[in-house]
Design a protein around this ligand. Sequence first.
Ligand SMILES: [Zn+2]
Length: 258
Amino acid sequence: MDESTEKKLRYAAQWLADSLWAVALTGAGLSVDSGIPDFRSPGGLWDRFDPFEYAHVEAFHTDPIKVWQMLKELSDLVINAKPNPGHHSLVELSEMGILQAVITQNIDNLHQEAGSPEVIEFHGNGNRLVCLSCGWTTTADKAHEKCEATGEFPPSCESCGSIMKPEVIFFGEPIPAKALMDSQEQAQKADLILVVGTSATVVPASNIPLLTKRAGGRIVEINLETTALSPMADVTLLGSTTDILPRLVQAVREIKGV
Ligand SMILES: [Zn+2]
């Protein structure tokens, strides 16, 4: 970490230590070190499966068996991934009473697995499967085990036999209204928003940090590279979230003496 990054990190740590209500907005960059490549990156899911052919909700209704070719990979990623030091750092900030909510665009369940108490799922959760016909639900782990045991694929509803759908937001589906309202409310209430591992360019997620800014709060951005949000950020810490977040939490601990 160079001198200027170190200095910026100290500012960010001081703001966090002074914050009365901080929230985080997280995206794909946070989970890369958990073995989940950004779907948009070369070799990522959308490089190999055209999202409009495989991840559009109409495609699921038309041919769920075909869409499950892609969903199988997605499920395997979610089942096998483990939280990394970035996820754990956010849990620490919650335990210190600083971070009040995590708004995530990730569907990998890693914030929940790490133990973040308040997670707003913007794009759903790949670890939950739902039957669109009758509403029966199960988890990806359980469905996976059953498929292994019976040789049946894709997973079907134990109540009515329909093909299960992961509770993730497909293209053509709206962001869940409650998640949208909750995240807007949190962002407006926050005096600081940590934007972690996301370029925050996709509407409506991209509006979230701006709500904090307009309400007089600060934006602290942690990303590998500068983004469209960087000019609006009070500080941009460039680097891997797995590296920067634990350092940031350590600096907050030093300031607060905890
Ligand atoms: Zn069913």
